[in-house]
Design a protein around this ligand. Sequence first.
Ligand SMILES: [Zn+2]
Length: 553
Amino acid sequence: MTQTEIADLIVTNAVVRTMDPAQPSAEAFAVAGGKLLAVGSAADVEAYKGATTRIVDLDGQAVMPGLMDVHNHHGIAGLHNVFELKFPDTASVDDICTAVQGYIAEHPDAEWVHGSIWGSQLLGELSTSGPLKQLDAISGDKKVILTDDSHHNRFANTAAMRAAGIEDDTPNPPSGGVIVRDEDGRPTGLLFEGAGVMVSKAAAKADPMTTDKAAACSADAIKTMHAVGVTAFLDAGATLHTLNGLKELDDRGELKIWASSCMLINDHVFGAEQLGEELFPHREVTRSAHHRPDFAKIFLDGVPMSYTGAFLEPYLPSESHGCAHKGHTTMPYAELEHWLLHCAAKGINVKVHCCGDASVRFVLDAVAKVRAAGHADTLFHVAHGQFVNPDDIKRFRELGVVADISPPLWFPSILVEAMEAVRPAEDIARIAPNRSLAESGAIISGGSDWPVMPDPNPWTGIAGLITRADPTGQHPGQLAPDQAISIDQALAAYTINTARALGIEAFTGSLTVGKSADFVVLDRDPYGVAPEKLASTVVRETWFEGEKVYTKA
Ligand SMILES: [Zn+2]
């Protein structure tokens, strides 16, 4: 056999887990032009060695494909990290006011103070008049807007509410959302969903986002992703600035990750200026070698904890919502079907936020119409989907709908406790039906929902998929343990399955000849340790297109 191709790079003496069922493991691989030239035994790969080939001997360390995140909000994560006041979600109202006061002292020219994140445990206190008085007293005419841990709600001071036109007699926004009031009917500063967006929009008007700023946010977030081994992601709620920022980074030669983004069709969270039809024309303009704005995003409901997830059966009885409350979707079925058909006709894939099982069923019904209309290839994601009616499980595979299982809510946690408080026990008993979905042949694809969840590290989710137990050990027990999946299925959810979910499996997602050389070097072989040991896996190196983009210090 004659070898004409010479490798730029040979990685050898490794335990290579390829995530390619045709050749699940190997010792070495060769890379040329950023792509895999050969994968196999050390001797096989040696044949591609030339005078200029760089040899990386890993001394038995484990290697697998770069990890993938099917659902994050990387631009917001970068924005929080680079440009905003940060305080921990355990902060008290006093702590938060002290932090805001400090920020104002350090940034005397800032008209607006953006801060995050306050924990949902403050909701009761923030519904009273005291905290607003306290915040107003230290902020004066500076406008302050603070985001909560669900990223759906805000706490704003009086100056910020005034700037958004929120006065004592302002009604709740027709788009959905609540201006929470005290017993005298005055706003308390606590703003749910659309009401918070009113203030976000006023802030954006006063202090506009720019392409350079968006690029800086993306660059910071990508640095964080590289450090946890992520080499591909889908931003689940991109604004025009996000799209422009990613394109700008790629033009500068700095986008060293496969970035996909969802153009927002509706918005109950972000305060985006352009939506749907206004964003779609920017799709081709912001496309680049590493950026694919190939998805749209629809929020079809809210979250169970605030009784805004849309369910087939009622919530547990409550004082606030009575006995028959099932939640409701953000749009009627006909509008959803219209959007899915419209996007499919334009070649745009769609991710739909569905927290309740009624929303999930709406999407499956609408996708059935899209498939019947002849659109076989459009990708559809049910995002979150912790609650799926058993009758609907098999429809994911039948209709080719991806289960975007994000964030990791398949083991005991504070968020799961919050859902247990509002949903019947039989719903909780079959929460996050990952095994049923996987066994039915559906694609389950892992995501972080970072920064809604504080950490984009995939290993917590991977470990929990297998054990259904809290990898941090803070919350005892297992959650619906019959829905545990295997290590193969769990790793696939964060690699090849997500590549398929993003429509990029032809060139990444597994260590297969011809694909991009996107890989991570790990401190342990995921197949060689107990599942409980997976959560603390450390990524030592991350490589993208054959180039090392991260080394652990
Ligand atoms: Zn999200």
